[in-house]
Design a protein around this ligand. Structure first.
Ligand SMILES: Cc1cc2nc3c(=O)[nH]c(=O)nc-3n(C[C@H](O)[C@H](O)[C@H](O)COP(=O)(O)O)c2cc1C
Length: 193
């Protein structure tokens, strides 16, 4: 097989790997940086770069767990759920936050185009990790909307769009059960009527 065919085949094998099936080590600083560099290849109308990634270091997980617990308390969760929220901050050997900054004041670039760019950046980021031999998954959950969590990660006009966990996959990734391939491309059917 040539390199092109190999790469296409490899990309076709990217499936999400949840925290339960991710073991250390997480991505190195160089691997995070390389993945972030590839996000700059996302189509970006107007060059707004409406996204950025923030790495949460191992030594920062305790602080994050405090924020998760506070958020759960503020949502009125019981003690058990608060403890589960606290534990969730330690999920995944590597953790980054994807922050979006989508503006509604750009004449030629409406918000939906900027969100497409953010999504494309996420995809390139995850594909890069996959090609490095790492497993990863995008996760949001209630924490992305927590006031304290958002304040800790986002500036004015920014949204905490997703967490991304990454590490060594401990099992072969596979499509979600029940998901079957369906055609997402067709020729244009011109209405003859
Ligand atoms: C922004 C974003 C947030 C997501 N949040 C969650 C989540 O909180 N929980 C979850 O199980 N899946 C979540 N997903 C979906 C998974 O990341 C994943 O795409 C899905 O399980 C399908 O797996 P696949 O990527 O292997 O096709 C999210 C996806 C995106 C793009």
């Amino acid at each position: 097989m040539n390199v092109e065919a190999d790469l296409l085949h490899l990309l076709s094998l990217r499936y999400s790997v949840g925290p339960k099936y991710l073991a250390p080590p997480g991505p190195t600083a160089e691997q995070w940086a390389q993945a972030a560099t590839l996000t700059l290849r996302a189509p970006d109308h107007g060059g707004l770069r409406p996204f950025r990634f923030v790495v949460v270091g191992d030594e920062q997980r305790a602080a994050l767990s405090g924020l998760f617990a506070t958020g759960a308390q503020q949502r009125g969760q019981g003690d058990d759920e608060v403890e589960r929220a606290r534990a969730r901050a330690f999920n995944g050997p590597g953790l980054v936050a994807l922050i979006a900054q989508v503006r509604d004041d750009v004449p030629d670039v409406p918000p939906h185009e900027q969100w497409l760019c953010v999504g494309a950046a996420l995809m390139n980021f995850m594909n890069a990790l996959h090609l490095m031999g790492l497993g990863a998954k995008a996760l949001s959950g209630a924490s992305v909307s927590d006031t304290a969590v958002r304040a800790a990660f986002c500036g004015p006009g920014e949204t905490l769009a997703s967490w991304i966990v990454a590490g060594r996959a401990t099992r072969t990734a596979h499509p979600k059960a029940g998901v079957t391939a369906s055609p997402v491309i067709s020729g244009w059917q011109v209405d003859q009527a």
